[in-house]
Design a protein around this ligand. Structure first.
Ligand SMILES: *[C@@H]1O[C@H](CO)[C@@H](O)[C@H](O)[C@H]1NC(C)=O
Ligand SMILES: *[C@@H]1O[C@H](CO)[C@@H](O)[C@H](O)[C@H]1NC(C)=O
Ligand SMILES: *[C@@H]1O[C@H](CO)[C@@H](O)[C@H](O)[C@H]1NC(C)=O
Ligand SMILES: *[C@@H]1O[C@H](CO)[C@@H](O)[C@H](O)[C@H]1NC(C)=O
Ligand SMILES: *[C@@H]1O[C@H](CO)[C@@H](O)[C@H](O)[C@H]1NC(C)=O
Ligand SMILES: *[C@@H]1O[C@H](CO)[C@@H](O)[C@H](O)[C@H]1NC(C)=O
Ligand SMILES: *[C@@H]1O[C@H](CO)[C@@H](O)[C@H](O)[C@H]1NC(C)=O
Length: 376
């Protein structure tokens, strides 16, 4: 008797779950189906008289028969998204890319708080991106590119990138305000720097990590092609490390990061800044040696690395920097001798003072101080 009662109870509660949960989810999907034209019969298995949608093709459920995936990419569907989709509260993947979806994105999509991936790219969606999408804290992939969306990118998206899980956001190829499609490497470089440094004065506050034009950010200057030419971040109380991604800013002419609290080594990737005219990193706490890759900066005129904690030899390759006008490596812990040939022939000892282990100029044509010397 008791066991029969228990079985009955389990069945009843399971049935209750099924009706409450899944009929409403099935109803929502069916409402969407009724608004879509489906020339390829992709939604044929979506039969609303079945007790839940978990057996329908292109639908995946969890163990509680609640929908977690809708996979309808490249299905030839035409018509709108419907607000009813907002009831699919366990949905993690909404894949509806490359169809002919029209109309606007319903604000109710912002209720799908478990959503990991929202892929609506390559459709004909129009209207604004609902600001409610900024609620999607679980979101990792947001691809809305190649639609006809207008308006601006919701402010909340920058929070999702900086503090949430959002890893990929593509809103390109729409008609959104403030997007100029900066190159991927520019975005990578600037966001990497922003993430790497502490910024107690809020110097980088305007560096909004959505695709908004970085040329409108404070302390960033661009040329007429919207490529970054200057970073003016001197005296900004920035602390942290320089990031190798900075080396991707191919048009950068001025890298001004003097008088901050930067630590760690100078990334060798800075040698990739082939347009660089001025490298000002003086008055920080940089360590490690001067990368020999800087000898590739053929446009460099100003190299000021003074007042750091740089060690090792001054790379001889720097003498080939034909445009170098000003060199200051004073107040470090450099060692060995300093070169006197090439562009270095015009620098006086003043460029090198206060490096207690630096032995003096190398003796051209004579035995070099350097030879075999132990200098690290
Ligand atoms: C969109 O609709 C047009 C016209 O019906 C069709 O030719 C095209 O293949 C559709 N595009 C997609 C991605 O389904
Ligand atoms: C879906 O279809 C119904 C019935 O035709 C209609 O009332 C509703 O406005 C449609 N929904 C959208 C988002 O177009
Ligand atoms: C979903 O979102 C809309 C608008 O953001 C809201 O009004 C509604 O109460 C939410 N809940 C459900 C279950 O749709
Ligand atoms: C979307 O934009 C494309 C080109 O930008 C245009 O050809 C198409 O008519 C637009 N579609 C809608 C539905 O507005
Ligand atoms: C924008 O559209 C063009 C042409 O369809 C495509 O080649 C490009 O990859 C798209 N850009 C992005 C970022 O999706
Ligand atoms: C470098 O580090 C020292 C010791 O930690 C600190 O006193 C000094 O203020 C720092 N200098 C700069 C420019 O950050
Ligand atoms: C300088 O650039 C050349 C060509 O881009 C590269 O092969 C070389 O490794 C670079 N030199 C240094 C010291 O990084």
């Amino acid at each position: 008797m008791a066991s029969r009662a228990l079985v009955y109870f389990l069945f009843a509660s399971a049935f209750a779950v099924v009706t409450v949960h899944c009929n409403s989810e099935g109803d929502a999907l069916n409402a969407w189906k009724n608004n879509l034209s489906d020339p390829n019969g992709i939604l044929q298995s979506w039969d609303p008289t079945i007790v839940n949608p978990c057996t329908w093709l292109h639908i995946t459920c969890n163990s509680e028969n609640s929908v977690t995936r809708v996979d309808l990419g490249s299905a030839g569907l035409q018509g709108p998204l419907v607000p009813e989709l907002g009831v699919l509260r366990n949905l993690q993947y909404l894949q509806v890319y490359n169809n002919n979806i029209t109309g606007s994105i319903p604000a109710e999509i912002g209720n799908l708080t478990n959503l990991i991936s929202l892929d609506l790219y390559l459709n004909q969606l129009s209207g604004h991106i609902p600001s409610f999408l900024g609620n999607l804290k679980s979101l990792m992939f947001l691809r809305l590119n190649n639609n006809n969306l207008t308006g601006s990118i919701p402010i909340g998206f920058s929070q999702l990138i900086l503090y949430g899980n959002l890893r990929i956001m593509n809103v390109a190829n729409n008609s959104l305000a403030g997007t100029v499609h900066p190159t991927k490497s520019t975005r990578d470089a600037l966001y990497a720097l922003r993430r790497a440094v502490k910024d107690p004065l809020g110097v980088l506050k305007s560096w909004d990590p959505t695709l908004v034009d970085p040329c409108t950010w404070f302390h960033v200057t661009c040329d007429s092609d919207n490529r970054v030419t200057r970073l003016d971040l001197g005296n900004g109380k920035l602390s942290g490390k320089l990031v190798p991604e900075l080396g991707k800013l191919e048009r950068l002419q001025y890298l001004e990061l003097y008088m901050n609290d930067l630590v760690g080594p100078m990334p060798k990737e800075l040698g990739g800044l082939k347009s660089l005219v001025s490298l000002d990193l003086y008055h920080n706490n940089l360590t490690g040696s001067i990368p020999s890759s800087l000898s590739n900066l053929s446009n460099l005129k100003f190299l000021r690395l003074n007042s750091n904690r740089l060690v090792g030899r001054i790379p001889r390759q720097l003498t080939k920097l034909g445009n170098l006008k000003i060199l200051d490596v004073s107040n470090n812990d450099l060692c060995g001798t300093f070169p006197t040939s090439g562009s270095f022939s015009k620098f006086t000892e003043e460029s090198f003072v206060n490096n207690p282990r630096l032995e003096g100029p190398e003796l051209m044509g004579f035995v070099r101080y350097n030879v075999g010397g132990d200098c690290k």
